[in-house]
Write a protein that binds this ligand. Structure first.
Ligand SMILES: NC(=O)c1ccc[n+]([C@@H]2O[C@H](COP(=O)([O-])OP(=O)(O)OC[C@H]3O[C@@H](n4cnc5c(N)ncnc54)[C@H](OP(=O)(O)O)[C@@H]3O)[C@@H](O)[C@H]2O)c1
Length: 329
């Protein structure tokens, strides 16, 4: 796979990043370790986790830590082969300091993540969601402290708009602190709300690492209109993690499937290749349950979408509205 730059970090990452949200359940520890090793052997050098990930067992406020523990074991003898990203902000308990982006929570959680991941340093520490109760200045100062202590190398954001990223860049300059280098956003053919933020990221050295580019498996061809979810699929095992499959959604999915067939590639490859071709894309954070799914994601990174499909895709899955450009249309 052709490596890509991760924003202004100076890091080169594979266009596919291993997502670990399902480590714990349905991907049990030994399978997760084997999948991680296989992914690295296939050329994936970028792994995404979060302090809250614990597979299907996750609920709002549960203690998390499971995926990080598993990754710590998986990477014990190959830590230097990967760029390791983890996240902070998720609620992990009932207390006021058990969540969010205060300096107390961030710096406490960082220590816990380092321990679980069995590493001295996290390459990319990601702010999982904005926290409206904490001034961004405070969060950025905590990131600065962590960089100066050598406990993180870079920090990124997730689920932030371009306006929020812009404020971070502006404050970093004022505070003489580190700049945000990446943005992890929900983005797929079926979910294009943040499309118009991408050029901002491209102009300002923020590498985009979209998540759910397969929309939780909806863009893999496994779900059929009017039929129950196939056994072993996410929709069968954990229905609240997959969108409700109604006729309007199937209209779009089937439209994309027809274009993939026209291009002569599997729909999962088509969905991932389209996402990767958007501006500012550094690496797709892909969730996997089996080795074939990792292999599929790696193969998709080589696929291309015929240029004449752009307008057809827009007709099926329109980009979000924006002010018309009176100069260029
Ligand atoms: N920053 C955030 O707020 C945030 C939020 C969500 C996720 N994430 C990150 O993004 C990663 C990906 O999220 P996700 O797993 O929800 O979304 P996804 O990548 O769109 O979907 C992954 C699921 O699709 C199915 N799948 C994958 N490849 C397939 C293939 N080739 N053929 C058939 N089915 C296939 C598998 O489910 P089944 O086989 O079980 O059907 C797999 O678990 C997570 O692991 C996490 O690292 C971040």
């Amino acid at each position: 796979m052709q490596l890509r730059t991760l924003g202004s970090s100076g890091l080169l990452v594979s266009p596919v990043c291993l997502g670990t949200m399902t480590f714990g359940t349905p991907v049990a520890e030994q399978e997760a370790i084997a999948l991680t090793h296989a992914a690295i052997d296939l050329g994936i050098n970028f792994i995404d986790t979060a302090n809250g990930y614990e597979g299907y067992a996750r609920y709002l406020g549960s203690a998390g830590g499971v995926a990080e523990e598993i990754l710590g074991k998986a990477l014990r003898d190959r830590r230097d082969r990967v760029i390791l990203a983890t996240k902070v902000a998720a609620p992990l308990g009932p207390g006021p300091q058990d969540r969010g982006l205060s300096a107390v929570h961030i710096l406490r959680e960082l220590e816990r993540s380092l321990k679980r991941l069995q590493t001295d340093v996290i390459d990319l520490y990601i702010i999982h969601w904005p926290d409206r109760h904490v001034p961004i200045e405070v969060t950025l100062q905590a990131m600065d402290t962590a960089v100066r202590q050598g406990k993180i190398r870079h920090f990124g954001a997730s689920n932030h708009s371009a306006a929020q990223l812009c404020e971070m860049l502006w404050l970093a300059e004022r505070q003489h602190g580190p700049k945000v280098v990446s943005s992890q956003i929900p983005f797929s053919l079926l979910r294009r709300e943040m499309q118009h933020d991408l050029p901002f990221c491209q102009r300002h050295g923020i590498g985009v690492t979209p998540y759910q580019s397969l929309q939780g498996g909806l863009l893999t061809g496994k779900y059929r209109r009017g039929q129950p979810a196939p056994a072993g699929s996410r929709a069968a095992e954990k229905p609240d993690w997959v969108w409700k499959r109604d006729d309007a959604l199937f209209d779009r999915i089937e439209g994309i499937e027809a274009l993939a067939a026209e291009a002569g590639i599997p729909v999962a490859h088509y969905a991932l290749a389209w996402t990767l071709a958007q501006p500012a894309m550094s690496s797709l954070v892909v969730g996997v349950k089996r080795l074939e799914q990792v292999q599929d994601a790696v193969a998709a990174a080589q696929a291309t979408i015929p240029p004449e499909h752009a307008a057809k895709i827009d007709a099926i899955c329109p980009p979000p509205w924006r002010l018309p450009d009176p100069v260029r249309g």
